[in-house]
Write a protein that binds this ligand. Structure first.
Ligand SMILES: [Fe+2]
Ligand SMILES: [Fe+2]
Length: 335
């Protein structure tokens, strides 16, 4: 293109010490500070650790599927199908975060998020392949039958409402973030970014799904079965660690710039309090799993996320998660 041949230097010399055209300088984003910074390092880690679903062998899992009982199959699918939907949802809902990073001029965030999006697509691919090759289901109508509906969950005490943070909050907060990014008001973008990232990286990835990974891994050990499922979860968890700490690190930067944004994080956790206080479906469904372990884990992860964001944990939320009296099961199928 003709414009690309214009010399960057306004003095026309192409070198030397003349003043630079700022419009041309703005076309370049790498800086020494960025390439030595924590987010770019995360990008390099991700590139160095790329794995391929094709390298996993599903044959033993398929053989194990044949020997477990129909009840065990249905119980396991209740969790894995939720991951299959969840990984597709997070793949599909990441664009607002990329758009916002661009709008905020954070090229290091955009660069890292390129690996994040690829990894979420690969996690979705892993679950698609496992369901297809092990359980023999793939089409939406085949897998949807096994999806436990969160709306069917009722807290018998009536104190907590259970909503769907993944499939309800992420699209809503994501739309607001995308709209703010297009409008270009950086205060509003930052506020919407913290809200979205608190829901996506801190709540969903960083607290809510952590015990679910453990439950599936523990179940495969308990049954002595499904080595590919276990290996897939292990690989996914390595990626998730980067996703979570990217989001909480970004929130920390934004909250340090505007301490009022801490309240945005608490509002998100408060809106979906029932989901994190209740037990994960399946926690009670598999005999031999230790229920309290997963509640303790949620508290540990919640404290870690707050520390990474540089905010004060909500002690009441911690007390409620640990309260043995509050033991309703989130996502348990009605009837
Ligand atoms: Fe994922
Ligand atoms: Fe993730």
């Amino acid at each position: 293109m003709a414009e690309e041949t214009t010399p960057a230097r306004t003095d026309g010399s192409g070198n030397g010490s003349g003043s630079l055209d700022p419009d041309i300088v703005r076309r370049f984003h790498f800086t020494r500070e960025m390439v030595n910074g924590p987010v770019y390092r995360k990008y390099k880690f991700a590139i160095d650790r790329v794995w391929n679903v094709d390298d996993l062998d599903f044959a033993q899992d398929a053989a194990d599927w044949e020997r477990i009982t129909p009840e065990q199959r249905e119980g396991l699918l209740g969790v894995t199908v939720r991951f299959l939907a969840g990984e597709q949802a997070v793949t599909d809902e990441l664009v607002p975060m990329i758009a916002a990073s661009h709008a905020l001029g954070r090229f290091d965030w955009v660069t890292y998020l390129s690996t994040f999006l690829m990894e979420e697509a690969k996690h979705a691919e892993f679950f698609m392949r496992w369901h297809s090759e092990v359980a023999g289901v793939l089409e939406p109508e085949e897998v949807a039958r096994h999806f436990l509906v969160r709306g069917a969950t009722v807290d018998p005490s009536g104190r907590f409402e259970v909503r769907d943070v993944l499939h309800e909050a992420l699209p809503r907060y994501g739309k607001a973030l995308l709209e703010a990014s297009m409008a270009g008001d950086s205060d509003e973008i930052e506020r919407a970014f913290v809200r979205f990232s608190a829901a996506y990286n801190a709540f969903v990835e960083g607290v809510l799904t952590m015990p679910s990974y453990e439950i599936v891994i523990d179940t495969t050990k308990l049954w002595g079965a499904f080595p590919a499922l276990r290996e897939g979860f292990r690989l996914i968890l390595m990626d998730e660690g980067r996703h979570i700490t990217f989001g909480t690190g970004a929130c920390k930067v934004l909250i340090e710039g505007n301490p009022e944004l801490e309240s945005v994080v608490h509002e998100v956790f408060d809106a979906y309090r029932g989901n994190v206080v209740g037990l994960v479906e399946y926690q009670k469904a598999v005999p031999g799993l230790e229920v309290q372990k997963y509640q303790d884990q949620k508290v540990r992860h919640y404290r870690n996320r707050c520390r990474e964001m540089g905010i004060t944990p909500d002690q009441e939320l911690i007390d409620q998660i640990l309260d043995p009296e509050i033991d309703f099961v989130v996502g348990h199928q009605a009837g």
